[in-house]
Design a protein around this ligand. Sequence first.
Ligand code: NAD
Ligand code: TDX
Length: 336
Amino acid sequence: MTTRVLVTGGAGFIGANFVLRTLVTRPDVQLRVLDKLTYAANPETLSAVADRVELVQGDIADAELVDRLVADTDLVVHFAAESHNDNSLADPSAFVQTNLVGTYTLLEAVRRHRVRFHHISTDEVYGDLELDDPARFTEQTPYNPSSPYSSTKAGSDLLVRAWVRSFDIAATISNCSNNYGPYQHIEKFIPRQITNVLSGIRPKLYGDGRNVRDWIHVDDHNDAVWTIIDHGTIGETYLIGADGEVDNRTVVETILELLGRPADAFDFVTDRPGHDRRYAIDSTRLRDELGWRPNYLDFRAGLSATIDWYRGHTDWWQPGKAAVEAGYAATQQITG
Ligand code: NAD
Ligand code: TDX
């Protein structure tokens, strides 16, 4: 039987990878994307599959549209969000509207039509860890978000939990660490630095460059999402991570080396206000209870493949490059 899946945010980085991968791995699934096509979306990403995926341009906070689409689906996979911390510090309003009001709007439709819901969230809801702390985040870690972005994601998670408990909706939640891979917007750290080097611009490291992120390939994230949809317990939260802790300076040095540049050909710039020091995920629950395992175990090899992708897809990213760098230059000074 065909499963009708509504993918919110399916023209963005992780959502589009989810759509493209699902078309290959799940021939029984019929996909429809609801996406506002904000600056973060690139409709080009889905152009090659336009005959197989319906793209509805619209806002997840549009109650009438959302009700109509949810009434006609079996499962909602909710990726849509304002997703960039730096933007949330410059102007939080769209983050409150989309991440909180948008998620609320979806939950009300799911409640009315009794549709299965999977909510995509982030490890940033747990705040940060010290560099030398042996602890990692687990499903029991208390919420302690730092930025307007992460606090609105935390709020959206809590809305989902409340709708499960109060209204008995069939929902699961996943909180994943930092994703990398093809089709990621060039405002984000890894694609920004790759496309900087490819454009003859020196990579830019915030603060002292020692902040740690726990990298996971986007395909491993999306495989975990399907594992949770298929086998997860309703009402539960699962952390997704691939033991990929690397500090930012090492990431930049590796990109420079893979592109044949000197490892010190980067600049330090003004730090991000409230910059989280370290994220680290303990994904034992997902592995032990649901049997998920990551396939990308070699970060350097995954990064190298990602560099190749950006090198081979200049048409996809080059038109927006100058504007992204001009935006950063307006707020960030070189410090070293
Ligand atoms: P992205 O910014 O690349 O894509 C977001 C998509 O949502 C875009 O296509 C955008 O047009 C769409 N969108 C934004 N507002 C909308 C609205 N009001 N209505 C409909 N569509 C709207 O983000 P991403 O990196 O792909 O992240 C996807 C999800 O995964 C987010 O919920 C994010 O919090 C979560 N997440 C991301 C990461 C990461 O490393 N990128 C890690 C963990 C969790
Ligand atoms: O130019 C840069 N230089 C730099 O040093 C940029 C853009 C970032 N950084 C640093 C800040 C972070 O320590 O790199 C790290 C990663 O930055 P981002 O790509 O902005 O990601 P982060 O803030 O960690 O959040 C990401 O992972 C969790 C996603 O954007 C979120 O949507 C997700 O929830």
